[in-house]
Write a protein that binds this ligand. Structure first.
Ligand SMILES: Nc1nc2c(c(=O)[nH]1)N=C([C@H](O)[C@H](O)COP(=O)(O)OP(=O)(O)OP(=O)(O)O)CN2
Length: 234
């Protein structure tokens, strides 16, 4: 069980039906001139995508469909003075620039699912201590194109967190933490669960495991990606 740092606010539900959101973070190191002062940061651009349904594999879209955004951030922003690279180097200006770039350059399915691209500075922040649960597990994904790396068995150090209907972080309920420790930790997810274990499917499985529980369950497979499932409001 885990973990560290400050409380977080996750994106609340869209509409009244059950919904998924996924996020993928891209880091870049840069400087800029703001309000007459030079500053420098480790920046995180987070692409957030959403949907009411999943594709046949169990993805909103494959995180790999965002690779053009990663390349663009690396080529255009990383280790640069941002005033020379974008029209407005403020956090809001960068977010607007990247959201617009992503909408016009990502593959259609990714662009259509895009909610926005967000910017923050500083080190990665995790959920507050005692709010999240970690587990270690192996898996592979069915239904992927030949050669996709996730079709091979591999593993992740997963992090599970929760939020209420207003999008505020809440602790993962004890009974769910117990279930995760007992059934998922140390397992091969394809064997311990009857699902194709994408992050989206895991988030829904954990949400449905409780009759009543937090509105949103978020699962992170890697430090730079997450998927969350928000139950329908009844
Ligand atoms: N929408 C989803 N896309 C992908 C999932 C998923 O669960 N939902 N899962 C995978 C793979 O399991 C993969 O191991 C993780 O992918 P990714 O985040 O791309 O991980 P990387 O470590 O390869 O990411 P880098 O940031 O490129 O290092 C794939 N897609």
């Amino acid at each position: 069980m885990n973990t560290s740092a400050t409380p977080t606010r996750v994106t609340p539900t869209i509409g009244v039906g059950a919904s998924w959101r996924i996020g993928k973070q891209f880091r870049f190191e840069a400087t800029r001139q703001l309000n007459g002062r030079a500053d420098g940061h480790s920046f995180t651009a987070e692409a957030v995508l959403g949907g009411l349904e999943l594709d046949p594999v169990g993805f909103v879209i494959d995180f790999g469909r965002l690779s053009a955004l990663r390349r663009h951030i690396d080529d255009r922003l990383d280790h640069q003075c941002l005033n020379d690279r974008v029209p407005d180097a403020s956090d809001e200006g960068l977010a607007a620039y990247l959201t617009d770039w992503a909408r016009t350059h990502l593959p259609d399915d990714a662009a259509e699912s895009l909610v926005d691209v967000r910017i923050r500075t500083g080190r990665r922040r995790g959920p507050a201590a005692g709010f999240a649960v970690e587990f270690e597990a192996a898996h592979h994904l069915e239904g992927l194109p030949a050669g996709h790396p996730c079709a091979r068995r591999h593993g992740h150090s997963y992090l599970v967190s929760a939020a209420d209907a207003d999008g505020c972080s809440v602790p993962v309920p004890e009974e769910l933490a117990w279930h995760i420790g007992k059934v998922l930790d140390g397992s091969v997810l394809n064997e311990s669960l009857d699902i194709n274990p994408t992050t989206e499917h895991l988030a829904r499985y954990l949400s449905n495991w409780m009759d009543r529980g937090p509105a949103t369950i978020r699962v992170s497979e890697t430090e730079s990606s997450w998927a969350q499932y928000t139950r329908s409001r009844s």
